[in-house]
Design a protein around this ligand. Sequence first.
Ligand SMILES: Cc1cc2nc3c(=O)[nH]c(=O)nc-3n(C[C@H](O)[C@H](O)[C@H](O)COP(=O)(O)O)c2cc1C
Length: 205
Amino acid sequence: MILEGILTTCAADGRLHLAAMGPEVEEEEVLRGRLERLVLKPFADSVTARNLTRQPEGVFHLTDDVLLVAQAVTGTLVPPDCRRADEVQGWVLADACQAFEFRVVDGGTPGDRLRLTAEVVRVHQGRPFMGFNRGRQAVLEGAILVTRLHLLGPERVAAELASLLVLVEKTGGRREQAAFALLQQQVARHRERDQARGAASSAPG
Ligand SMILES: Cc1cc2nc3c(=O)[nH]c(=O)nc-3n(C[C@H](O)[C@H](O)[C@H](O)COP(=O)(O)O)c2cc1C
């Protein structure tokens, strides 16, 4: 199964890089409450893939903070509170429910999407996971759509966000509302860019 979360890796200059990521995990390990392996599948052209190729270790976090996810996918991240990892070169976010320091043990075969098998080498327990919230789930789905804007186009993403908005308004809190607003702004920016490009290419030369 896939668990959605936040991955931190070390940039070339040693600074934290943060990306939303959904590694494959063994369902049995989830049921036992003890993750031992993660299969990370970053796109080969992502910063995360570059960082993991240079330094094959990092920290995967489970969190219910969808504002962080929305900030990560819209490039509006405010540097989060974090500390150095214990066993690997990397960063542990202060406000996560669980954090898993990992080392890549198998780099797989190169392709558009890497397939990196990683071993968990240290687990940190953070604050408790406070339960399901449909608004949060809607932000998560919206965030995935926003990362696919270049494939789906702004019209389709805007339409799908409109149906998710109902859940955020009905059931979300302030962080969910703020997160969703970031996603909507990103779609609007993408649309404006497309329109500006269209106008430039149709202008008489
Ligand atoms: C919930 C969620 C899960 C994601 N899972 C992945 C994934 O498994 N692999 C991937 O390449 N991108 C994934 N993405 C998209 C990345 O976060 C996004 O493409 C990002 O731009 C790549 O980050 P980077 O270039 O900063 O490393 C996911 C996004 C969200 C919101």
